[in-house]
Design a protein around this ligand. Structure first.
Ligand SMILES: [Zn+2]
Ligand SMILES: [Zn+2]
Ligand SMILES: [Zn+2]
Length: 113
């Protein structure tokens, strides 16, 4: 599986996200290519990122950097921050970045603006 990224290591960490649990690569909806993160896409691709609509969350678009298994978006967002295959831990902080990659329902609550 070819993954694009800047300073990519063997478990899909990149120049931007390189903590112990930052081991997930994401297939971008726009080009169908795996990138380590959105910032790698911004630097290496020549087009805007597109998000995956919820109706397509059954697509395999997540690559576990530990066992190199492709997961569906649904599996990724539902599991408890670990790979369902090898049980390696993922970074729970990635949740705050879902909206860069996936179409997520707007957060219910007071608006910040
Ligand atoms: Zn793209
Ligand atoms: Zn990156
Ligand atoms: Zn895994």
């Amino acid at each position: 599986m070819k993954v694009r990224g800047i300073n990519l290591d063997s478990q899909m960490r990149c120049a931007h996200y390189h903590g112990a649990s930052d081991i997930v690569a994401i297939k971008m909806k726009c080009c169908g290519l795996y990138y380590a993160c959105k910032d790698c896409h911004a630097e290496l691709a020549d087009h805007e990122i597109e998000v995956w609509p919820e109706s397509q969350w059954n697509q395999q678009a997540i690559l576990c950097g530990a066992c190199k298994t492709e997961l569906t978006i649904q599996q990724y967002v539902q599991d408890e921050w670990c790979c369902p295959v090898c049980h390696e831990r993922f970074n729970p902080g990635c949740r705050n970045h879902y909206h860069f990659y996936f179409e997520v329902p707007p957060v219910i609550g007071p608006r910040s603006d």
